[in-house]
Design a protein around this ligand. Structure first.
Ligand SMILES: [Zn+2]
Length: 289
């Protein structure tokens, strides 16, 4: 009899423990940088799907497929960049409403609007805002792991300190220095460092897959030939023959070039990726590239 009671007690205990063994929270991120954020904060308690994750494709040319819609089907939390970077995602979540699903729009969190620079993850403040919103949403849909999500949030916010310090140090060294960029990918960090980014109209045209005007191209070439910029940033992820020519022109004129990308590289973390690029730019501006 006692043995039977023990077995019963064990079964009841298992039943009470069941929520801890529940399926992980399904999170869908439009971009893998936010997928990484979700993995870092949620750990084993989340199952993350990132839609844009191919660092060899131009994200501005991405179109959603039926697989994208399927990935969304039972998502509890969706993270979207917004600011016209992933309009296909905003359209999908609008078309497939799901009761109780939480949607995080990073652009809205940071007051950025369409027409502005959409590469929000280059702004550490945007990543911090996304981390806070995500941890709060995870705790709301999975209260059993609230403490773990809060811990994950703290750990993530802490891990951004070296990036903030690096940006501050570069600001001291390089504020006011002129650079050129083939696309505004690095724009938010360039602004935080205080760099003067020239040829912005050219960069916007390339980002929008439009043809820069002859005068915009000529101005860019003049900046390189006249050594009016200390470095040239280019989008390592988009292959534009016109941009490749500018990269060659920069090299021919002894101007260091630094590749930056939009999609988080495979096997990298957000923090390592950003730090690697900042180190490369630091070296270039220091004249040691
Ligand atoms: Zn872009």
């Amino acid at each position: 009899m006692i043995d039977k009671l023990h077995v019963l007690a064990a079964i009841v205990a298992c039943g009470l423990a069941a929520p801890a063994l529940a399926d992980p929270v399904k999170v869908v991120a439009a971009e893998n940088v936010y997928g990484d954020l979700a993995s870092q904060i949620g750990g084993a308690n989340v199952a993350v799907t990132s839609i844009l994750s191919n660092p060899d494709e131009d994200p501005h040319l991405f179109e959603a497929s039926p697989a994208t819609a399927r990935a969304l089907a039972d998502a509890r939390i969706v993270i979207v960049n917004g600011v016209d970077y992933d309009p296909w995602m905003e359209k999908l979540i609008g078309a497939h409403k799901a009761a109780g699903r939480r949607e995080i729009l990073v652009g809205a969190l940071t007051g950025r609007r369409a027409g502005g620079n959409p590469h929000l993850w280059y702004d550490p403040a945007a990543m911090k805002a996304a981390a806070r919103a995500l941890a709060a949403d995870l705790a709301a849909v999975d209260p059993a792991h609230k403490a773990a999500y809060e811990q994950g949030e703290m750990k993530f916010l802490d891990s951004l300190k070296p990036l903030d310090q690096k940006i501050a140090a570069m600001r001291k060294s390089y504020a006011g220095q002129p650079v050129a960029a083939s696309e505004p990918v690095f724009g938010y960090q360039a602004a935080l460092i205080g760099l003067k980014v020239r040829d912005e109209k050219y960069a916007l045209a390339i980002m929008n897959n439009a043809e820069p005007t002859p005068s915009e191209t000529a101005a860019f070439e003049d900046d390189l030939k006249g050594k009016k910029v200390k470095a040239m940033l280019y989008n390592a992820q988009a292959s534009e023959p016109a941009v490749n020519k500018l990269v060659e022109l920069a090299k021919a004129n002894g101007i260091p070039v630094v590749g930056v990308s939009e999609t988080e590289p495979r096997g990298s973390s957000y923090q390592d990726w950003m730090m690697r690029q900042l180190n490369a730019l630091d070296q270039a501006l220091a004249g040691g590239a």
